[in-house]
Design a protein around this ligand. Structure first.
Ligand code: BGC
Length: 265
């Protein structure tokens, strides 16, 4: 499973799942465009770890993967397009897009503000859509194939009370993947979703610090633990590789069994 010679853009890669994905892809030989919105120090940390992972992957020096940091708010289409173009300009090509940047806001449905609704939908859905479009335009221009992997959520299927805009955005990402798989298949471009459950990341900080809520959640996870960012990153690395070339339009859950857990007690 090698990604030698490939270039991957991972949105939101200054922390959490995005950071783990960036490092994992580099360990398989890919150069990485690292994107951050507001944590330059996190992006710098990712860059150092990408370089170290790349240095360890036993490729000749002129093939060794590298990293490149760009600041972009995925909620802005203009900044998304600039991010993709900067990455292409720096590395001369882009092969893999991981739409990882995401956000959520907790509020009962009747208290959701227009601002929070727009922020969540713009980052999780609109940004992913236009990042994919910019990659596809580049691949068509250069007559090359590529990979799009969206980090969705169990909540592309499962209701999540008090997080309505988040669920809407992830449901949209599910349909985006199905629709684009049909449109992009003839060009050899695949698109899939990786859908995490509860993973130990900054998006979950509040939950992780609330033992009562955390225990209630653990009761719903058959494997009885939260996931680690690396549990998600390994699957992304596989989907990005040539070994996954016949897989498109699908969602793969990484949730310890959370989605299908139902019991009466
Ligand atoms: C959300 C988390 C939540 C988890 C399981 C994720 O998509 O970001 O806040 O704990 O799903 O419900």
């Amino acid at each position: 499973m090698s990604l030698e010679g490939k270039v991957a853009l991972v949105t939101g890669s200054s922390q959490g799942i995005g950071q783990a994905i960036a490092i994992k892809l580099a360990s398989q030989g890919a150069s990485i465009v690292i994107d951050y919105r507001s944590h330059p120090e996190g992006a710098e940390d990712t860059l150092q770890q990408v370089k170290a992972a790349g240095g360890n992957c036993h490729l000749a020096k002129d093939h060794a993967p590298d990293g490149y940091v760009v600041q972009a708010d995925i909620g802005s289409v203009e900044q998304v397009q600039n991010l993709v173009n900067e990455g292409i300009k720096h590395f001369g090509q882009l092969d893999i897009l991981v739409n990882n940047a995401g956000m959520e806001r907790r509020a009962p449905f009747w208290e959701v503000t227009e601002k929070d609704y727009d922020n969540v939908l713009h980052v999780n859905l609109k940004g992913s859509f236009f990042a994919a479009q910019a990659l596809v335009q580049h691949l068509l221009d250069t007559k090359r194939t590529g990979r799009i992997i969206n980090i969705s959520s169990v909540h592309e299927e499962l209701p999540f009370p008090n997080f309505a805009p988040y669920c809407l955005s992830k449901g949209g990402v599910k349909m985006m993947t199905r629709d684009l798989s049909v449109e992009l298949g003839p060009y050899g471009i695949t698109i899939n979703n990786v859908a995490p459950g509860a993973i130990e990341t900054p998006i979950n900080t509040k939950l992780l610090n609330n033992p009562q809520e955390l225990n209630a959640l653990l009761k719903n996870i058959p494997l009885n633990r939260l996931g680690k960012p690396n549990d998600v990153a390994s699957l992304v690395a596989f989907l990005a590789s040539d070994d996954a070339s016949y897989i498109t339009g699908s969602t793969f859950f990484v949730d310890g069994g959370l989605l299908w857990d139902y019991h009466e007690q």
